[in-house]
Write a protein that binds this ligand. Sequence first.
Ligand SMILES: Cc1cc2c(cc1C)N(C[C@H](O)[C@H](O)[C@H](O)COP(=O)(O)O)c1[nH]c(=O)[nH]c(=O)c1N2
Length: 225
Amino acid sequence: MQTEALMEAGAFSDEERAAVYRAIMTRRDVRDEFLPDEIEDEALWRILTAAHHAPSVGFMQPWNFILVRDEARKKQVWQAFAKANDEAASMFEGEKAALYRSLKLEGILKAPLGICVTCDPDRAGPVVLGRTHNPRMDSYSTVCAIQNLWLAARAEGIGVGWVSIFHEADLRAVLGIPDRIEIVGWLCLGKVKALYGEPELQVKGWRKRLALEELVFEERWKAPG
Ligand SMILES: Cc1cc2c(cc1C)N(C[C@H](O)[C@H](O)[C@H](O)COP(=O)(O)O)c1[nH]c(=O)[nH]c(=O)c1N2
């Protein structure tokens, strides 16, 4: 062990621990609660720094963050969403379809900042430590970065909404993203008036949080029920 490279690893103080869990429990996906106020550069950089400190396979750090503030560009992104969302609505049936159409599933135009998070599979060369047997590991790493960003934003009082209802090719065309780069998420960021206390999809009757007890198994897989 290279002891000179190690840091202290004890549990956090009660207050620090409470703050970490508070960020986790009160993080919400934001669609409609955005305020128009700009996010300060310092806060944005702290949030992006948190994202950049996520774990990544082979420490490849495959992410990029494309910051989009231009209204015309956001309008193009929204149009790509609107097309896909219409298609999505037709995939549900009956009451579910009606409920789907009543949901607002993005804040692309309302949020002052859009961030397209991408994954570059070539960032660390063709053979990556840890990705040798599962090529999806670089995408998973990028998702870890998004989660760090989401939690740091919560601590900064900034809301984040993840929008995934797009044809990837449409977003690629709008943002000039080359084919070899994967688009992992479109994030809407902005200060917020308030947040839902529970997931909005639960509040609006789409789906409830599952009981953790039914999801944790000892030793062997168990079919539900
Ligand atoms: C990969 C991925 C993709 C999406 C989402 C999340 C994630 C992780 N979510 C947000 C999702 O609906 C939300 O996280 C859950 O409903 C739980 O709510 P809270 O995040 O706790 O508020 C989401 N929400 C939405 O309104 N439109 C969308 O396109 C998406 N896409």
